[in-house]
Design a protein around this ligand. Structure first.
Ligand code: GLU
Length: 296
């Protein structure tokens, strides 16, 4: 569905969104996020949007998408239509990637996951530590960033599959002032350190956009003024702020909410049936029981 068909928002009307990925069933953590977005929008007379984040065409399915609509309706939520589905907007992400490329801050990355893993393992076997991002994943090695244009062209011509990554240091060199974001509540202004994530991926050979790129493009395309999501995405906001500055997009206000944890104290995963909304519904619970269960 084209952006032009989305209802225009009066400039002063706050816009909230819940943005699940249809790669599994929703659980109590998603319920908290969706309910908070909905309630916060309602409290200020704002809009509540739903966005389906289905760029990963191998893991997202129409069945999981249908389950999202069913679960949210059962929770008593109502959202604006049409729903933005990321798989219908690959052109927009491609355009953003092309713009970043023109700025000289993108390079083709040829290393496979296995090659990266082997490099990290070899380094660690040597007793040295490999730098890791805030989620604990190893930063992408330097190799591809330093390749010559001739070498890149040859690898591409040879049909070597590649992703595109952001040259983090070059990108930061284009930003004049230190980056930060506004977190609602008493946390105020948070300094953003995107370099902690290294050369983040912007598109892969099997997925035409990355989470970071599509979420940044979409929040702007939908005029989102308030991003309300789990604390597990707090640190990722630094990357989104950098992309917003590079692409000259407006910056929303952020609210990262507490996570719902399982009996073992760990974050819920989509494979945990017992906290799944469909399973709880089958056990006879109601939407208002779920509100109580997530502490609302
Ligand atoms: N699609 C992401 C997820 O399901 C959420 C993205 C966001 O809220 O920024 O975890």
């Amino acid at each position: 569905m084209a952006e032009e068909t989305m209802p225009a928002s009066p400039p002063d009307k706050p816009v909230y969104r819940f943005a699940p990925s249809p790669n599994g069933l929703l659980h109590l953590g998603h319920a908290l996020s969706a309910l908070l977005n909905h309630d916060m929008a309602e409290a200020v007379g704002g809009r509540f949007l739903l966005r389906i984040e289905d760029i990963d065409l191998t893991r997202c399915t129409p069945e999981f998408e249908a389950a999202i609509y069913r679960d949210l309706a059962w929770l008593g939520l109502d959202w604006e239509k049409p729903v933005r589905r990321q798989s219908e907007h690959f052109d927009a992400y491609h355009e953003a990637l092309a713009r970043l490329s023109e700025m000289g801050v993108v390079y083709p990355a040829f290393l496979t996951r296995g090659e990266v893993k082997a490099k990290v393992a070899a380094c660690e076997a040597d007793g040295k530590s490999w730098p890791r991002d805030p989620d604990g994943s190893p930063l992408y090695p330097d190799d591809d960033r330093h390749r010559s244009e001739t070498e890149r062209r040859k690898l591409t011509a040879d049909g070597v599959r590649h992703a595109f990554r952001l040259d983090m240091q070059k990108a930061l060199g284009l930003i004049a002032a230190p980056l930060s974001w506004t977190e609602t509540g008493d946390r105020g202004e948070i300094p953003a350190d995107p370099s902690a994530w290294g050369d983040v991926v912007l598109s892969r050979s099997d997925a035409p956009s990355s989470y970071h790129l599509s979420v940044t493009v979409d929040d702007a395309a939908q005029g989102i003024t308030h991003v309300v999501r789990g604390l597990d995405l707090f640190e990722a906001t630094a990357v989104h702020r950098l992309l917003q500055e590079l692409l000259e997009l407006p910056q929303p206000v952020y609210h990262h909410h507490r996570l719902v944890v399982g009996a073992d104290g760990r974050k819920l995963s989509k494979s945990e049936g017992s906290t799944g909304l469909a399973a709880l519904r089958d056990r006879g619970l109601s939407g208002s029981d779920i509100r109580r269960l997530v502490g609302l």
